[in-house]
Design a protein around this ligand. Sequence first.
Ligand code: SAH
Length: 228
Amino acid sequence: MKIAILGAMREEIEPLLTKIENLTKHEYASNIFYTGTLCGKEIAMAYSKIGKVNAALTATLLIEKFGCQKLLFSGVAGGINEALKIGDLIFGEKLVQHDVDITAFGHPWGFIPESGDFVESDGELNELAKKVASKMGVKIIGGTIATGDQFIASEEKKEWIKNTYKADALEMEGASVGYVCKCLNVPFFVLRAISDTADMDAGFSFEEFLVSSAKVSANFLENMIDEL
Ligand code: SAH
């Protein structure tokens, strides 16, 4: 079984890239895909570049072109749930596109006809995450992740996302990746370590903690892949 490992930014996959054995580079669709083995498992890895369109394209290619049968996303996010501090881990049990707005037709925020709103991740991978966390002695929470093509750096917008979707964290790729995986019947897992709290200081916090939080997430994912 081939496993897809996906991040949005170079910093999010770099900690694992250096550990791939039998590494081969593939240039395709204006991006670079890496194949090889990690923890003895066959993998294909890429960073999509930021945002829902890039993430959906890359997830699709990892599945359809590279033949991956499970997909694990690793990266950073803005924290909403007050229990989440910088560097803390969350996995998305449910993910939603917070910027989808066809409310003019009476639909709720985030809802697309014939497509839906919340997408649920794979229960077995989520259970594995809890098991790995207790083995490693680290804290992880499962919750709702809100995804949109916006870097959120406003207390007001963050509160709106929190109230509208009961979200625990927000980022810019997870729900689009989840939707692709759901449509293609591929179990998926979205892991994020907190880089900022989506408030007016989010930009500074993100720049300060991107590398360290990305490493926390990647390291956890490696431990999960070892157990797969
Ligand atoms: N500094 C980067 C842009 C980062 S965009 C540049 O200039 O190239 C933020 C990235 O981190 C996205 O991939 C998103 O998924 C995640 N993220 C972290 N904090 C976020 C926040 N507060 N709002 C939205 N996305 C966030």
